[in-house]
Design a protein around this ligand. Structure first.
Ligand code: EPZ
Length: 438
């Protein structure tokens, strides 16, 4: 497939598209199938590259994966789980961060696991120190070698009292996927409580796990000896939903996102309205549109749930280039998530990035030399440009900018967007965009 998209921008996007299961839930729930003694069925699975990558990794470990792409149904049969060859796993190095979440289930089933060099978006250092600490606390032996990290469970992993220094999504999932089969009780404090994590807990409960979510980010898990397979319908993708909403705002359009659900979108909807966007919650989706007139500048801070998601930040910043006045955006989840603004500046946006914590409280990146605050001054018309996709969400933001800009833009490295946006070219065309793969 060609990795380049020509975009003839400057026209509003209007119409209806559908979102399916959340990328950041589906991949984790696929890993959870490894914990079951019987097959699992996952519904509402989008056709995105991350699903292919995780299917490949499961296949290497002996899980029989069948994917009906049109129906969006994955059948996962873990009856013959086995150790994969290190070289085979290594072939997947750099393509995803999911291998780190295989560790708990593999340690339970096989007593060993291997993590290659991890991939995922380059939006900061993205260390795995929390993950390794957690696995050690469960009793795993972690051995860092030049080709990757080897882990062993000399005996059955045991429950632990774990406290996270930051409510990391991945570290919370690591704890859940390991604790459910560990011996005894695990108490996790400082946990992330994103909707995708709640849906993973629902899956694990269906499998036979005993998990309670207490107040103040505390999750308690009672380990059990055996888990069964599950049947589950994935919650829909709230990041994709917000991305299309931002596209409606930036292009002056009107987009109905079928499958979008209000509870997971509440924080985004508040911000969308403050900027001047309008929305209507319908029975089977949400309609987002530009109400006409000026968009308003805002002060925005990203945060863990229930705050404003970091993954919503990049698409919304494109819309903020069209708002009147100064918007301040403080990114507190990742230290390096404003790289995508270089391309926006090239297209005529006025955006300055700062090392200081602007617009609100101090975060853990203040005084640490990271450009993690941005001031966007608008409105500035955007002009077509030749741009290169930097990461998944930054890439979609580039696409939005190209759609908003008058003239023909060339967006390179478009394949990265396939990682998390299902059939995005078809959806763009359905919304009236003029796009051609080069
Ligand atoms: C998940 O990443 C998502 N990825 C990200 O989505 C999302 O941005 C992020 O959660 C926050 O919502 C997947 O679900 C596959 P974290 P994850 O652990 O779990 C630091 C997208 O575009 N940290 O919550 O890797 C870390 O550096 C992607 O869909 C450590 O310091 O995120 C970051 O600053 C991008 N040590 C913060 O915690 C660790 O061991 C939050 O990261 C782990 C994390």
């Amino acid at each position: 497939m060609n990795d380049l998209l020509y975009v003839n921008g400057g026209n509003p996007l209007n119409g209806t598209i559908t979102v399916r299961g959340a990328k950041n839930f589906v991949s984790k729930s696929m890993v959870a199938s490894l914990l079951g003694e019987t097959p699992s069925v996952l519904r509402n699975v989008p056709q995105i590259r991350d699903v292919k990558v995780v299917s490949g990794l499961l296949d290497l470990h002996g899980v029989n994966v069948k994917y009906d792409t049109d129906a969006g149904i994955l059948d996962l049969d873990p009856s013959n789980v086995e150790s994969a060859h290190v070289a085979d796993i290594d072939a997947h190095a750099g393509s995803s961060r999911i291998p780190i979440l295989f560790c708990g289930p593999l340690l339970h089933r096989l007593g060993e696991a291997f993590i290659p060099d991890l991939g995922g978006c380059r939006i900061g250092d993205r260390p795995i120190d929390y993950h390794l600490d957690i696995l050690r606390q469960f009793g795993a032996v972690v051995d860092k070698r030049p080709n990757g990290i080897h882990l062993r469970a000399p005996r059955r992993l045991h429950g632990a009292k774990i406290s996270l220094p930051y409510p990391s999504v991945g570290a919370t999932e690591q704890t859940l996927l390991t604790a459910v089969r560990a011996d005894g009780i695990t108490e996790l404090s400082g946990a992330a409580i994103e909707p995708e994590i709640m849906d993973l807990i629902a899956v694990l409960q269906k499998m036979g796990a005993i998990i309670s979510v207490d107040t103040d980010r505390v999750i308690r898990i009672e380990g059990v000896d055996r888990l069964e397979g599950y049947t589950h319908t994935a919650l829909n993708d709230r990041i994709e939903t917000a991305s299309w909403a931002a596209a409606a705002l930036a292009t002056g359009g009107d987009i109905t996102v079928k499958g979008a659900t209000q509870p997971e979108m509440m924080t985004f909807l508040n911000t969308f309205r403050k900027v001047g966007g309008r929305f209507e919650v319908q029975d089977d989706g949400i309609r987002f549109w530009h109400a006409g007139g000026d968009l308003k500048s805002i002060v925005l801070e990203t945060d863990v749930h229930p705050g404003f998601m970091t993954d919503w930040q990049q698409p919304l910043v494109v819309a903020l280039t069209q708002a009147t006045g100064l918007s301040i955006v403080h990114e507190t989840v990742y230290e390096n998530r404003f790289g995508f603004t270089d391309a926006l500046r090239k297209m005529g946006a006025t955006i300055q990035v700062y090392k200081e914590c602007l617009g609100g409280r101090d975060c853990r990146f203040g005084q640490r030399n990271f450009h993690h605050s941005a001031v966007v001054s608008g409105p500035t018309p955007l002009t077509a440009a030749d741009i290169e996709v930097p990461d998944l969400r930054g890439g979609f933001s580039h696409l939005i900018a190209a759609l908003a800009a008058k003239g023909r833009s060339t967006v390179r490295g478009i394949g990265l967007i396939d990682r998390g946006y299902e059939n995005f070219q078809d959806k763009l065309e359905a919304l009236g965009a003029e796009v051609v793969r080069g």
